[in-house]
Design a protein around this ligand. Structure first.
Ligand SMILES: [Fe+2]
Length: 212
């Protein structure tokens, strides 16, 4: 019986899997609206050729769930650490785990630019977490090494990128000077620090077992 990919130390297996597939690349020009360092952005000659991260979608499928892998290299975006564009899916939650490297998972909830709750989960290789329904969220690579992460999510997920596009990203940025509040938000609470799961929750454990 093969082990679940997300819990395997066999990074070779992941690399083999990824080598056979073509990722969807996210380029810097598509990230323009959510970046902290706009001055730096303007200095980049070809933002349409500057790859920020790669997503390998549907590496596996189970019922209405799909398994994706995202790779975020340690390439600074000016003064800001590399990140995903960020979105919300108001209808489903998402199960995430870190395969290689370190990650900050940032999540916020509110009404427009008035935020009621925001937190960051600091995670490392092997850690598992979920993103709750309705939270706008993004992933940051805060390290000098490549981050590889995986997720299971329903095909029914409806993605919404509009909030971060409208207010130039999330209500906090992670920069070379640490966390910085985004001034485009009217109300920003103190940033809470949360931890990933200590143990895999039973319902996810049963799911992972059932597909291997
Ligand atoms: Fe998501």
């Amino acid at each position: 019986m093969s082990k679940p990919l997300g819990h395997s130390n066999k990074i070779m297996k992941i690399n083999l899997l990824l080598n056979k597939r073509k990722p969807e690349a996210r380029f810097l020009d598509e990230m323009r609206l959510v970046l902290y360092d706009q001055k730096w952005y303007k200095s980049v000659k070809h933002p349409e050729c500057f790859g920020v991260y790669d997503v390998y979608r549907r590496l596996r499928k189970e019922k209405d769930l799909r398994y994706d892998i995202t790779v975020i290299p340690a390439k600074m975006l000016g003064r800001e650490f590399p990140k995903t564009k960020g979105h919300s899916h108001s209808n489903v939650q998402e199960l995430i785990w870190v395969l290689e490297g370190r990650a900050f998972y940032f999540a916020q909830k509110g009404q427009g630019n008035s935020i009621k709750d925001c937190y960051v989960i600091e995670a490392k290789k092997g850690d598992i977490l979920t993103i709750p329904v309705g939270y706008d969220h993004l992933t940051i690579n805060p390290s000098k090494k490549k981050l590889i992460m995986a997720n299971w999510i329903s095909e029914k997920a409806k993605y919404d990128y509009s909030l971060f596009d409208r207010f130039q990203g999330a209500c906090y940025y992670y920069t070379n000077k640490g966390w910085v509040k985004n001034k485009n938000y009217k109300k920003v609470p103190k940033l809470k620090l949360k931890k990933p799961f200590k143990l895999m929750p039973k319902k996810f454990k049963l799911f992972i077992q059932s597909i291997n």
